[in-house]
Design a protein around this ligand. Structure first.
Ligand code: CU
Length: 172
């Protein structure tokens, strides 16, 4: 292959990826992202997806979006009283080398606090994920409020995010 044909091949590959139904940057691939809004009067939403990593261990350390004032990396944890609570995970989520990490209902998720507008079913929102090594990965996330939780996962929708204390989240 000549240098020129290599360049053409690389350009074609980039265009193919841009239209593929997943986001890709370096070794990181985001599969099957979707967003759930917490209700008709929603001020919060949560995004779920599978993060695949073809390279060395990486870490999802931050996220941002025009959808809301704040975007945080959250997880669910049972407290001493047996009540499930959401926690802001400051250190982010490790993505194992050559493996994957699922953001799923009742577990790790991307939390949107203080929505600027409430997206409708089927709308796509833009989410930028920041990885320690791979850098920023932009993901188009479709709203899917009808999706059933993954087998074994708990029903995130019943957590009632609205009544949870999200720290500095606006109350209205
Ligand atoms: Cu949350």
């Amino acid at each position: 292959m000549t240098t020129k044909s290599l360049l053409l091949a690389a350009t074609a590959a980039v265009f193919t990826l841009a239209s593929a139904p997943f986001a890709f940057a370096g070794d990181i691939t985001i599969k099957d992202p979707y967003l759930r809004v917490s209700g008709a009067m929603a001020k919060t939403a949560a995004a779920f997806m599978t993060i695949e990593n073809a390279g060395a261990e990486d870490r999802l350390i931050d996220a941002h979006s025009d959808l809301s004032e704040k975007v945080e990396l959250h997880t669910h944890k049972q407290n001493a009283d047996g009540v499930m609570q959401m926690l802001h995970v400051e250190e982010g989520f490790a993505i194992p080398a050559g493996g994957s990490h699922a953001l799923e209902r009742g577990a790790d998720h991307v939390m949107f606090l203080g929505l600027n507008s409430v997206p409708a079913e089927g709308d796509k929102i833009t989410l930028v994920l920041t990885f320690e090594k791979a850098g920023e990965v932009t993901v188009e996330v479709p709203v899917d409020n009808t999706r059933a939780p993954a087998a074994g996962g708990m029903e995130h929708g019943k957590m009632d995010h609205g009544k949870m204390n999200h720290g500095a989240a606006p109350s209205n």
